[in-house]
Write a protein that binds this ligand. Structure first.
Ligand code: MYR
Length: 130
């Protein structure tokens, strides 16, 4: 189950990923140490999400239903999550250039691993239960 509160433990290639997205160096340095916490509550095909780092936000999404999401730097995405086996798969598109940003969430052991891809660059953020 994805349910619970997850605290960032470590990143893999996240700086390169953000660079590919066009995030400037100062913001990348801040984002790399953002102490991100994510709380996920799944009820059937609906998820309630709370995120806190330098901003806090709450949102709801339904698997397979498109929604809008703004990154911390203001970049707007639109897309959806689906469940494939035990993996959450997100396919989003940047609204400014139409390019896809894909992401997955999977539980491996006692960790939640979120993977990202944008324009050929892969990254991971790895979370532990809070
Ligand atoms: C959620 O389930 O948390 C909401 C939807 C997330 C959409 C995809 C998030 C991509 C985040 C990329 C981080 C880039 C930082 C500049």
């Amino acid at each position: 189950t994805f349910n619970g509160t997850w605290k960032i433990d470590r990143n893999d290639n996240y700086d390169k990923f953000m660079e590919q997205l066009g995030v400037n160096m100062v913001k990348r340095k801040l984002a790399a140490h953002d102490s991100l916490k994510i709380t996920l509550e799944q009820t059937g095909d609906k998820f309630h999400v709370k995120e806190s780092n330098f901003r806090t936000l709450e949102l709801d999404f339904t698997l397979g239903v498109t929604f809008d999401y703004s990154l911390a730097d203001g970049t707007e995405l639109s897309g959806s999550w689906t469940m494939e086996g035990d993996t959450l798969k997100g396919v989003f598109n940047r609204k400014d250039n139409g390019k896809p940003l894909t992401t997955t969430r999977v539980i491996v052991g006692d960790e939640l691993i979120q993977s990202y891809n944008y324009e050929g660059v892969d990254a991971k953020r790895i979370f532990k239960r809070d």
